[in-house]
Design a protein. Structure first.
Length: 363
């Protein structure tokens, strides 16, 4: 019992020790990790510990507080730790590779952990792939077809050198779409697509936002596609904007929507009936895009959101000449040319949407 308490105290001391990196999960950066891998010598969070449990040949986990720690394991943890592991297992992470955070979907975190410890992809001995070759890929993905009814296998081709991504259907001789890497974006959308490996690809065609919804049965394959798109985007940005410093380029490689969800919207005359629409806020492009359904290929429209000093603002009341029978949480988005009125499901969603819109107006 004395050993148990003493060793637990030593372990918690190690977790908090300055200059070790042990105070944040070695894999996703979550603060105050409560678990550790005594085979790798790292401190990890509860969520990442679940992924480590699936890799018994590489990693073995225990709770810092609930499990008994032998003295030799405490010594092993002291001689290793998170900064040591980072220097070893993340020695050569390419700048375009997406490093997941705790809020990211399971497949991204799973493949990051497997790439590091199981496949040793970023060890010092590895040769770094240049982004042009890393941004070239060919293979088949399941793509949501017309009418959102079913997924069909389609051939995809990505070429950083040509600056395009293409996909082909069985019937078509030529590509069904040629997508410029300039406007290409990709984000994981597990819940929306209804698949653990669901990826949403967006691009601009004829001035409109176009969505492709895809997945692959293999978690490794879909994450490799995602990072190949990031490599191609990185190569495009580096060659197009050679003087922009890297810390400014990295966040622009790919992005998630700042916010998504249903709101009701009225037409330009405000006397028209409110209709439910699916909204996506792209804070990088400063666009509020809306669709009839979340899995629609094309947007019905979009609203550009400028800065406050350009006459843009968000209010939680109705414009003067507009009234509603029932009092509902509303948002009025004021632009120099028009006032857009939206109805939210409840007060909390109204507040969240207003915060998100204000963050774009003030950026």
């Amino acid at each position: 019992a004395m050993d148990y308490e003493r060793n637990k105290a030593l372990l918690l001391e190690l977790q908090r020790a300055a200059g070790t990196g042990n105070d944040r999960c070695a894999d996703c950066g979550d603060p105050d990790p409560e678990w550790a891998s005594y085979k790798l010598g790292i401190f990890i969070c509860l969520n990442c510990s679940g992924i480590h449990r699936d890799l018994p040949e590489i990693s073995r986990v225990k709770s810092l507080r609930l499990d008994f720690w032998e003295s030799n394991l405490i010594e092993f943890m002291r001689n290793h730790g998170n900064l040591w592991a980072k220097a070893k297992f993340e020695a050569k992470v390419p700048p375009y590779y997406y490093i997941p955070k705790s809020r990211d979907c399971m497949v991204l975190r799973q493949q990051w952990i497997r790439a590091k410890y199981e496949r040793g992809e970023f060890l010092d001995t590895q040769v770094c792939q240049d982004p042009c070759s890393a941004g070239s890929r060919e293979g088949r993905l399941w793509k949501l077809g017309k009418g959102r009814r079913q997924f069909q296998k389609r051939q995809f081709l990505l070429s950083a050198r040509e600056g395009v991504m293409k996909y082909y259907s069985k019937e078509s001789r030529g590509p069904k779409a040629v997508i410029s890497i300039e406007t290409l974006n990709a984000m994981f959308q597990v819940e929306k697509i209804g698949h653990n490996h669901g990826l949403q690809i967006t691009y601009i065609t004829d001035g409109k936002t176009r969505n492709l919804f895809v997945y692959h049965e293999s978690g490794k394959e879909i994450v490799d596609w995602f990072n190949a798109i990031r490599a191609a985007r990185y190569y495009y940005l580096k060659t197009t904007f050679p003087n922009v410093p890297e810390p400014e380029l990295i966040p622009r490689i790919t992005r998630n929507f700042a916010r998504e969800g249903y709101m009701e919207k009225t037409g330009p005359k405000h006397k028209e009936a409110f209709k439910v629409r699916w909204f996506c806020l792209d804070s990088q492009e400063r666009n509020l895009i809306y669709f009839k359904n979340p899995l629609d290929a094309f947007a019905q429209g979009q609203v550009f959101i400028g800065r406050r000093d350009e006459g843009y603002e968000v209010r939680d009341d109705l414009p003067q000449k507009v009234w509603m029978k029932k009092k509902k949480p509303v948002i009025t988005l004021v632009t120099p040319t028009r006032e857009f009125v939206f109805i939210c499901e409840n007060d909390r969603k109204q507040r969240e949407w207003m915060d998100a819109l204000n963050s774009v107006i003030t950026q």
